[in-house]
Design a protein around this ligand. Structure first.
Ligand code: HMG
Length: 393
């Protein structure tokens, strides 16, 4: 039967732009104790995207290094999940398809539901592969988190993409078809069409996040899906690392044994290593946490079961489970990812504010955009604007 086939993430990779702001510099400029950012929020740096690294360029850069020619031929579904859309009509996936040299024999779509979009895309991709076993699906989560200069959310900005290839007999994790989800209209975070920055009811958004996690966790416990002793790790959507920690802490008050809580806490620390450096990448955040866990933890083994909690404001949440596949370590690239993070250039506060404020033309005139990231493994960029259309290279 189709449901007996194991389906999940066969390959995974990420990209983040080559500029960052150190959050101690931000704290000093905003007159805040640096420990508020480093400990209270739990972040160290945030990636900053120059104009040429929009969500299409970043998404293509995330997927490029991992795709073989055979993958390109077999991809029948391409999903780009984003809440930083570049067009109201045309799917970002169509630009990405072109840049990656994929075939025309595929469905290319864009999905939006705040930070939850990539999980919707991933589940859709798993269903697609289950019903089209010879084919693969590419899911790209790509976002630039913007709240505005000198706002409470500023410290939780970031930029980056995660690319995931979904296939039968996957190389990294097999995803269980049964999961728990909930949708409920809330006004915790939103971005109207006229605004380049998001609006948030910060504290309320934290409450909704934690409430939805607790609701799904308790349901999963009742249904026997979330026996803590069977879980080697629990991953969270990480808008900033303290948020995931707050989710995890709800399990620490007697809900699970001390030993289980300690194990999940240790693994949680590994899952936030990359996110602390990159910042919130919205749709990709929980998947960056997955890469961070797998590349920074020496103690996990094939066969281990992990849980993933995905949350998107507005709000949709999903709790699902997956099993690590034999040989998963060979599919990871910790050295290259470490180099990607370390090779970024540190911006001064003035440079960050200028980069944050730079804009594309909106009147149809021609604009040339400077190529900001010349690293060999990041070939794609937005080269300019012409007649209201984006020109990629
Ligand atoms: P704030 O006003 O800076 O909050 O906003 P605060 O003053 O309460 O400080 C934050 C924490 O720092 C507190 O700890 C302080 O005690 C601590 P907490 O009570 O939270 O544990 N603190 C210190 N710690 C050590 N040393 C010090 C110190 N000073 C203070 N000296 C807020 C913070 C997160 C609300 C704000 O940044 C914000 O609005 N962010 C954007 C919204 C957000 O990220 N919400 C998260 C849940 S919603 C979500 O995850 C979805 C999202 O990704 C969007 C999507 O789905 O698309 C956002």
């Amino acid at each position: 039967a189709i449901t007996d086939v194991q389906v999940g993430i066969d390959k995974i990779d990420f990209y983040t732009p080559n500029h960052y702001l150190d959050l101690v510099d931000l704290a000093q400029a905003r007159g805040v104790d640096p420990n508020k950012y480093l400990i209270g929020i739990g972040q160290s740096k945030m990636s900053v995207a120059a104009l040429d690294q929009d969500i299409v360029a970043m998404g293509a850069n995330a997927a490029e290094p991992m795709l073989t020619e055979a993958d390109r031929q077999e991809i029948g579904l391409l999903v780009v999940a984003t809440e930083s859309g570049i067009d109201q009509s045309k799917a970002a996936a169509l630009f990405v398809q072109d840049l990656l040299g994929l075939t025309n024999n595929l469905r290319a779509i864009e999905i939006k539901e705040a930070c939850y979009g990539a999980t919707a895309g991933l589940q859709l991709a798993c269903d697609y592969v289950r019903s089209h076993p010879g084919r693969k699906a590419l899911v790209i989560a790509s976002d630039i988190a913007r709240y505005g200069l000198d706002t409470p959310g500023e410290v939780t900005q970031g930029a980056g993409s995660v690319a995931m290839l979904v296939a039968c007999d996957p190389g990294i994790i097999a995803i269980e078809p049964e999961s728990l989800y909930e949708s409920r209209s809330t006004g915790d975070f939103w971005r109207p069409n006229y605004s380049a920055e998001a609006f948030a009811r910060g504290k309320f958004s934290e409450e909704v996040y934690v409430g939805m996690f607790e609701g799904l966790w308790n349901k999963a416990r009742k249904q026997g899906m979330a026996r803590p002793e069977s879980l080697q790790a629990l991953l969270f959507h990480i808008p900033f690392s303290k948020m995931g920690r707050k989710g995890l802490r709800t399990l620490g008050d007697g809900t699970i044994t001390e030993a289980d809580y300690e194990r999940l806490t240790e693994r949680f620390e590994r899952s936030i290593v990359y996110g602390r450096e990159v910042g919130n990448i919205y749709t990709g955040s929980v998947y960056l946490a997955l890469i961070s866990l797998l590349e920074n933890d020496e103690s996990l083994n094939p066969g281990d079961r992990i849980g993933l909690f995905s949350y998107g404001s507005g709000s949709v949440a999903e709790l699902y489970f997956a099993t690590l596949m034999p040989g998963y370590r060979a599919r990871l690239e910790p050295q290259r990812h470490q180099a990607l993070l370390e090779s970024r250039e540190r911006l001064s506060l003035t440079e960050y504010e200028a980069m944050f404020s730079a804009k594309l033309v909106t009147d149809g005139s021609e604009q040339e955009i400077k190529h900001s990231d010349c690293r060999d493994d990041a070939p794609h960029y937005l080269a300019g604007m012409k007649g209201h259309e984006r020109q990629y290279r």
